[in-house]
Design a protein around this ligand. Structure first.
Ligand code: FAD
Length: 460
């Protein structure tokens, strides 16, 4: 039995920085990773997809070059092997960096195998048993594969296997019209595939406001992506050399034939093969580890961070989990999950930056609120760039004048949102930003202007 002060299972976005902090604090630490250092974000999530989004954007701009007075002779074609190689290099650099970092920590030992609880203090890894008074679970999640009839008969893709694709699918059928599915949809359309998105809900990204969903659908449809909503009774079958997805939609034919099918219908936590029952760690009905506001599980000495605790599904929420645990354990500060403000982005082009409440949530609150909205066609910087799709929307509490939420769908939306997010963290009234002088010409320069145009939000 190997004894440590702390064991970290998984090297996602929380485990590695926590390992480094614990080592700095003088602890002997075991770090266990069963697959690729850096986890989802680095290997099959944010980093590789955003590298691919960048290639897709380059293709889009090249095709539109004449709009800018630039002549690119001949057709724009893609070298998918080169696109993948670029993505692999960016992702690989990050993965190697995490691996070197962990293996270079002076009082940490790295195990490359599957970890499983034997008891609340013991972990089996390979042929060894490790024990520690503190155990941190950062095992992340994976694509969930729904029990769709026919799925056992066909080859299907997930976000992970998409990373090996170095060819152009003739017709990519994507099941799932949410964040992951839409990023792949637009990028493959821009690469040159025919793309159909199948969504069971009556609209895409259904947790967003209707105007956001509609604008996103418009952006995608304008690029030639076929969107099938209200798709129920999904089935898949082999059809010739390709596949077909059976759908019962309000409109359109009952099946969609394509060359490849990508499942993007959500994620599930990697907690089913962790032996949590041996440790007595409680999970909810979907397998997410139950934690309190400081990320402690029901078993003293065991914490759960990142996607596996169901409190967030992003790299920044996982990293924030690390900051909370480290601050509460090693620093004086008390930090809590409930202190953070919801924020994320959807990386289609133009991107959607989101912070705080949606308009729907503000209405449900049923308290006086103010709203301001501006199309990107009325933003000078967007006009100059020739990228005027989308709009900006900000919601404010009419009483204390604090920002309640914002949706910035437009060029730079993933960056612009942070000005509003930071004002929200500062708990400052909107008038602070309204009087601020922003830089011209930027998208953000319109934020003070918009805040001068707030109107009452009609309830009901
Ligand atoms: C396609 C896609 C795009 C995304 N894009 C974004 C984005 O743009 N922005 C954003 O913020 N988020 C994005 N995400 C989400 C983001 O990737 C995750 O929220 C983030 O990686 C947080 O993960 P984590 O720290 O919880 O663990 P993970 O990164 O999932 O890592 C968990 C690690 O634990 C290891 N592990 C699991 N079980 C065991 C075990 N029993 N023993 C040993 N090791 C184990 C795994 O191998 C893995 O390396 C995206 C996700 C996907 C799928």
């Amino acid at each position: 039995m190997q004894k440590f002060d702390a064991i970290i299972i998984g090297t996602g976005q929380a485990g590695p920085p926590l390992a480094a902090r614990l080592v700095d604090a003088g602890m002997q630490v075991a770090v266990i990773e069963r697959q690729s250092f850096g986890g989802t974000c680095v290997n099959t999530g944010c980093i590789p997809t955003k590298a691919l989004v960048a290639s897709a954007y380059a293709a889009k701009v090249a095709r539109r070059s004449r709009d800018y007075g630039v002549r690119v002779p001949g057709d724009v074609t893609l070298d998918m092997k080169a696109v993948k190689a670029r993505k692999d290099a960016i992702s690989g650099q990050s993965r190697d960096g995490v691996e070197r970092w962990m293996k270079g920590l002076k009082s940490a030992r790295v195990y490359q195998d599957h970890a499983r609880f034997l008891s609340p203090r013991e972990i089996a890894v390979g042929n060894e048993v490790l024990s520690a008074e503190k155990i941190f679970i950062n095992v992340g999640g994976r694509a969930s594969v729904p029990p769709m009839p026919g799925l056992d008969q066909v080859a299907y893709l997930t976000n992970s296997s998409m990373m090996n694709v170095d060819f152009l699918p003739e017709h990519l059928v994507i099941v799932g019209g949410s964040y992951i599915g839409l990023e792949f949809a637009q990028m493959y359309r821009r690469f040159g595939s025919a793309v159909t998105v199948i969504e069971m809900q009556p609209r895409l990204i259904a947790r967003e406001d209707e105007d956001v969903s509609d604008a996103v659908a418009g952006i995608l449809e304008q690029e030639g992506i076929d969107v099938r909503l209200n798709a129920t009774c999904l089935t898949v079958a082999r059809e010739g050399k390709g596949i077909s997805v059976g759908v019962e939609c309000a409109v359109g034919p009952p099946k969609v034939a394509g060359s490849h099918v990508l499942l993007a219908v959500g994620r599930r936590p990697n907690t089913d093969d962790l032996g949590l029952d041996k440790a007595g760690v409680a999970v909810d009905g979907r397998g997410y580890i139950q934690v309190d506001d400081e990320l402690r599980t029901n078993v003293p000495g065991i914490w759960a961070l990142g996607d596996c605790n169901g409190k967030g599904a992003f790299t920044h929420t996982s990293y924030n989990d690390y900051e909370i645990v480290a601050a509460n354990l090693l620093d004086d500060g008390r930090r809590r999950v409930s202190d953070r403000i919801e924020a994320y982005a959807l990386y289609i082009d133009p991107p959607l930056g989101r912070a705080g409440m949606t308009e729907r949530q503000v209405r449900q609150r049923n308290k006086p609120a103010l709203i301001t909205k501006r199309p990107m066609t009325k933003v000078g910087r967007a006009v100059e760039k020739g990228e005027t799709q989308g709009f900006m929307k900000i919601l404010v509490d009419a009483g204390d004048k604090r920002i309640l939420g914002a949706s910035i769908l437009g060029v730079g939306g993933d960056e612009v949102i942070h000005a509003l997010l930071d004002l929200m963290y500062a708990k400052a009234p909107y008038t602070v930003m309204q009087r601020a002088m922003h830089i011209h010409p930027t998208v953000s320069e319109l934020l003070p202007t918009m805040l001068g145009e707030l109107e009452p939000l009609t309830m009901g």
